[in-house]
Design a protein around this ligand. Sequence first.
Ligand code: FE2
Ligand code: FE2
Length: 303
Amino acid sequence: MTENADDRAQDARLAVRYERWDDMSDEYRAAAAKVASFQALAELVGVLPFNEWMDRVPDYTRKQMLVAKIQDEVGHGHVTARVAEDLGVTREEILEDFAAGRTKLLNIFHYGFDSWEEIGPAALLMNSAALVQFQSLDKGTYLPYARALKKIGKEEAFHYNHALDLTHQILSEGEAEQRAIVQTAFDTWFPRLLAYFGPPDSDRYHENVGYQFGLKVDSNDELRQRWIAKIVRVFRELGVHVSDDIARCDEETGEWTYCEVDWVASKKLITEGGPKYQEWVDTVRGSLARNQRYRKAALALAV
Ligand SMILES: [Fe+2]
Ligand SMILES: [Fe+2]
């Protein structure tokens, strides 16, 4: 396809925007529900790696910030679950499907954190990637979802700044050993976040329904490039070493080349589960069982 033909296809994809159930095709509705419920699950389960650090935060102000972040993330889960609910997928289905192993979880949430010093840089990578992703998704064709993401994006910016400040504090006030953990965390989490954006466009990505229907405005590779351009500079300014093997910018084209993502391993992680996957499944299962009677009562009252 020439560049112009590409632009025209892009325009057609984004030409119509949807608000009401009746306006959409069944196919579109299913795609929008899938995107919203995937995100709702990521928000709700994505909070668990942070939640388990709640009792181990070394400082009271940081603890308040972590609590605020956790509350925000659960709120994001509810907001996006409401979007999915309007499209015919209930929040019970979202959680029960996960508890039963029927849905996949975003790669980055298959891991936990081994130390407090790891959380800052890991969260900085995660939050910056989420912001790039949301700033694209909030221009998508399903307007209730786009509006929800605009609100979520503002809170994500707070999480980003918290992670930036925490990383900066460790690097400027920490011991050599703590600074070394930040460097290792960057080297470990950067490739995971490259994979977070999904398979390369060359991998028939354009056949993805979310992209075809304009729910996702930009392609995976476009978002990956945008994120690298933003975040590598931030880490370098913080004093983290980013080798050319990890990410390098071509001065002439402005394109970034980056370390190869092991897509086979990434797919295996998502299908078979990473180090923390089973623990999160058990947590959600336990929560569903524990709260069943209250949910039933609330649903009965709502009728
Ligand atoms: Fe969030
Ligand atoms: Fe967040």
